[in-house]
Every structure is written in C-alpha cells, then in structure tokens.
Design a protein around this ligand. Structure first.
Ligand code: FES
Length: 148
C-alpha cells in the first residue's frame, strides 16, 4: 500500500503571475515533498520563495501568505485551493448586470490594487448604475483581503 497523498494545483492570472504547487503528504498529514514554481515579477518571486521555505511540517498549519500585494493574493489563492478551502464568495460569471462586467474582471481589479468599491467602480464600471451588485463587490474585496 502506498502511504502518500498527492495534490496538484495551479493558479494563473492572464499576462501576469502564475504559480504551480505539487504537494505529497504522508498519511499523518505532514508534507513529504512540496514543489512550488512560479513566473512573475520580483515581489511575487520573493513571496513565492518565502512560501516555499514554509512548506514543511503539517500541511494544514502552513500559514497563508500575508499582505495585499498581487503576489500574496495569488499565493493565498493557490494554497487555499490546494487545501480545498477556497470559498470565493460569488459564483456567477457576470457580477454587474447593468454594466455587463464579468466577475473575473472585478476580481482582477481587486487583485491589482482596487481595494475599495469606489476603486473597483472606477477601474471596471461595476456598481455604477443601480448598485445592486455593490455588496458582492464588497464581499469579494473582503474575501481577497482576508478581512473578518
Ligand atoms: S448590477 Fe451593477 S450597477 Fe446594477
């Protein structure tokens, strides 16, 4: 019997950073082997090296990357997805129906620094008509920035 569990996860933002994580776990949940690779700018690669150094011991206790720079947000997503803990708060493809703004566009704006609903509106035009979608924009900001 093979005493291991293998997880593979990839996250990429078109035209920007991307990361790939493969983790092999022992039956007690400790990390037996972890391969983390990525492509991106210097800040992203520093965050990636920091996370790589922390991929030891209990898989469930590896701390999530901190900070709100795009690299930290991407690596947090990667780790949460690899653990099966990614709970993105909005499921539909289109978030703002008045302006026909896709959810992915709103999410990308948040990841690129639009950390308030006003900034998301100015970058994407979402929430600039009836305002019904604004709570969903706020929920994504809160989730991405890990705000309680
Ligand atoms: S649904 Fe977004 S402004 Fe109306």
């Amino acid at each position: 019997m093979v005493d291991k569990h293998l997880m593979v996860c990839e996250v990429r933002w078109p035209g920007r950073e991307e990361a790939s994580l493969t983790v092999e776990l022992a039956s007690d949940g400790t990390i037996r082997r972890a391969d983390l690779y990525g492509i991106g700018g210097p800040a992203f690669l520093r965050a990636l090296c920091d996370l790589r150094a922390r991929l030891t011991g209990s898989w469930r206790e590896v701390p999530l990357p901190t900070g709100n720079h795009p690299g930290a947000l991407l690596l947090r997503e990667l780790l949460l997805k690899a653990r099966g803990e990614w709970r993105f708060p909005y499921e539909d493809e289109e978030l703002c129906h008045c302006r026909a703004v896709p959810t992915a566009v709103v999410d990308q704006a948040i990841c690129r620094g639009a950390h308030t609903p006003q900034k998301v509106s100015s970058m994407t035009s979402a929430s600039t008509a009836c305002g019904t979608c604004r709570p969903d924009v706020e929920a994504i900001i809160k989730y991405r920035l890990q705000q309680p």
